[in-house]
Design a protein around this ligand. Structure first.
Ligand SMILES: Nc1ncnc2c1ncn2[C@@H]1O[C@H](COP(=O)(O)OP(=O)(O)OP(=O)(O)O)[C@@H](O)[C@H]1O
Ligand SMILES: [Mg+2]
Length: 280
């Protein structure tokens, strides 16, 4: 379906999965996103994703795993059109959000990225105060009034499990926070714009074990309200935090299914080789 306006995008009723691809995802789980027959190219004709099909159920965590260069980040960035900023990227196939294709030229990309927010591998706070990092997006979106903004800042920091650590230094620079705190700040910043889907590209790979575990707890909390897609190189992490896992290899989605069965009873030999450490 071609999207005409942003209103079309927001007014769509949630869709229901009718088929599961591999018969494993819950047939009745409402789908938040769905990718069909996705081929993706850099430099107009260098293909890096091949006929990817994936259903992403609402309020769940989908982990993307696979060896370096297999296309995880590229795939993740197709979900909110972050690849648009790279000259020469092209794709064919459908990328649906609540059943509506997000690829059309009429899509409001800024609104799309508000609905499908992103957290990067390297935390990237703005060189501003903690408070202003969080208030920036909402202000840009037109939010005014100190009490509204105060409330939003507090709520997002609490959701990101950072409030207690920073509540007395909100006006201090975000750059003075530790790496793990900066990453939680970036998650809080994403939450402050009220996304529906949160994309995370190796959000904990630069963090120590304690900070990693806080981020994992946070992901577990957040999936009550949000749909999360997370790229990780850490298979224990995928097994701990995700409901579903997709294994990519050389640009193909080799297998996708419930995390538990993918890790214990992989259907494909390549998946088994990867999760048992035979390559990658
Ligand atoms: N901006 C770009 N221009 C051209 N090719 C790119 C670009 N970004 C990535 N690629 C290529 O696309 C392929 C997939 O890369 P991608 O970054 O999606 O892999 P990945 O699975 O995220 O790897 P990693 O685990 O190392 O982050 C690789 O061959 C990569 O070299
Ligand atoms: Mg990557």
């Amino acid at each position: 379906m071609e999207l005409q306006t942003y209103a079309d995008l927001v007014n769509q009723p949630p869709r229901t999965a009718t088929a599961t691809g591999n018969g494993e995802l819950d047939e009745n789980a409402p789908l938040k996103m769905e990718v069909r027959n996705l081929d993706f190219f850099y430099d107009r004709n260098v293909q890096v994703l091949f006929n990817v099909n994936m259903k992403i159920p609402a309020r769940s965590v989908m982990a993307l795993i696979g060896p370096s260069g297999c296309g995880k980040s590229t795939f993740l960035r197709t979900l909110n059109r972050m690849n648009d900023i790279v000259e020469g990227t092209v794709h064919t196939g459908d990328i649906l959000l609540d059943g509506i294709d997000i690829s059309g030229p009429t899509i409001d990309v800024v609104a799309l990225r508000k609905r499908v927010g992103m957290v990067f591998q390297k935390s990237n706070p703005f060189p501003k105060s903690i408070y202003d990092n969080l208030a920036f997006g909402p202000r840009l979106a037109g939010m005014r009034g100190k009490s509204n903004l105060d409330e939003l800042v507090e709520r997002s920091l609490k959701q990101a499990a950072l409030w207690d650590e920073v509540k007395d230094r909100l006006k201090k620079s975000a750059l003075a926070l530790s790496g793990g705190q900066q990453q939680r700040l970036c998650i809080a910043r994403t939450l402050a714009t009220s996304p529906e889907v949160i994309l995370m590209d190796e959000p904990a790979s630069a963090l120590d074990p304690a900070s990693t575990s806080r981020i994992e707890d946070l992901i577990f909390e957040l999936k009550q309200a949000y749909t999360i897609v997370i790229v990780t190189h850490n298979m224990q992490q995928a097994a701990r935090v995700s409901d579903f896992t997709g294994f990519f290899y050389q640009g193909k989605l080799i297998e996708v299914g419930q995390t538990k069965s993918l890790f214990t009873k992989p259907k494909q030999k390549q998946t088994e080789d990867y999760i048992t450490g035979r390559f990658g």
